[in-house]
Design a protein around this ligand. Structure first.
Ligand code: NAP
Length: 251
């Protein structure tokens, strides 16, 4: 019997894992997306969309769908989903592996200021008017309304929904990966002085950090949240090996 597997997704790694599992007769996998983007990337696996309804909802889903293994491949800043996954898998007795992306490390020429959250990032820009590049999700933009003196350029996958936004805000709609030449040109053309970023890790969005280093720009880096994990794996291939092991054990 193929192993009924749930992938908690929303990342490049989730898509890579979905590609590895699609057509592999050992697994019967479903990819779960939060539904934040109206046009997600096409996926090679059956996909379900939307929250489960907290821990209780996820426990119910795992039982009803007879899920035998869960892989959490959510983004490093999607901590609520991971907390729920750990608690629900314990309650339902389902093994959980978590694909944990290594964070970026500051290099000698990097000018990072690490702050605990988005609200602190808005304060850290300072009182003097600056030109700021925001590389964040659309749910976080409202935090910068508290620092309305700056000029913001925000890059998003989709435009923000109704929320309070800073007054001087330009939006670019784009989805990574981004390369160093284009990021350097963007920061230069837009006369950016400060970059605000999450420490997402991985290569798809790293070019802006390299570009900031090359241009000598300050980066306000929002620290990662506490994100609980199951059995930690580092790459989609390791997740497949873990699943194969679980399948052989007959979980
Ligand atoms: P979050 O704060 O951890 O999750 C909030 C709620 O959204 C969860 O409690 C859950 O609702 C639902 N949810 C999240 N991921 C889900 C998934 N894969 N499948 C079904 N429901 C999910 O997450 P977030 O920061 O809003 O991120 C949402 C999604 O975007 C995640 O899948 C993440 O991988 C992706 N993403 C996030 C970021 C980021 O910076 N946060 C960046 C890139 C991609 P219920 O409690 O109702 O189950």
């Amino acid at each position: 019997m193929p192993l009924r597997t749930l992938i908690l997704g929303g990342t490049i790694e989730a898509t890579s894992l979905a590609r590895l599992l699609a057509g592999d007769a050992r697994f019967d996998a479903t990819l779960s997306l939060a539904g934040r983007t109206t046009e997600p990337r096409p996926q090679p696996l059956p996909t379900r969309t939307g929250g489960f309804g907290g821990i209780a909802g996820l426990v119910r889903y795992l039982r009803e769908e007879r899920i035998a293994a869960v892989i959490d491949t959510t983004h490093p800043y999607a901590d609520q989903m991971s907390r729920n996954a750990v608690a629900a898998c314990v309650e339902a007795g389902v093994p959980l592996a978590s694909l944990v992306r290594a964070p970026w490390q500051a290099e000698p020429d990097d000018r990072w200021q690490i702050v605990p959250d988005t609200e602190a990032a808005a304060i850290a820009i300072g009182s003097t008017q600056r030109r700021v590049f925001l590389s964040l999700g659309r749910q976080e933009l409202h935090c910068f309304a508290a620092a309305p003196q700056h000029h913001y350029l925000a890059r998003l996958i989709e435009p923000p929904q109704q929320q309070t936004l800073p007054p001087h805000l330009c939006l670019i709609q784009a989805r990574g990966p981004f390369d160093l030449a284009a990021e350097t040109k963007l920061l230069t053309d837009e006369r950016i002085e400060i970059v605000v970023s999450k420490n997402s890790g991985g290569s798809a969005t790293y070019a802006k950090i390299e570009a900031a280093r090359t241009l000598g720009l300050a980066v306000i880096m929002i620290a990662r949240p506490d994100k609980p994990a199951g059995h930690v794996v580092r790459a989609p291939e390791d997740a497949v090996a873990w699943l194969a092991h679980a399948s052989r054990r007959g979980v």
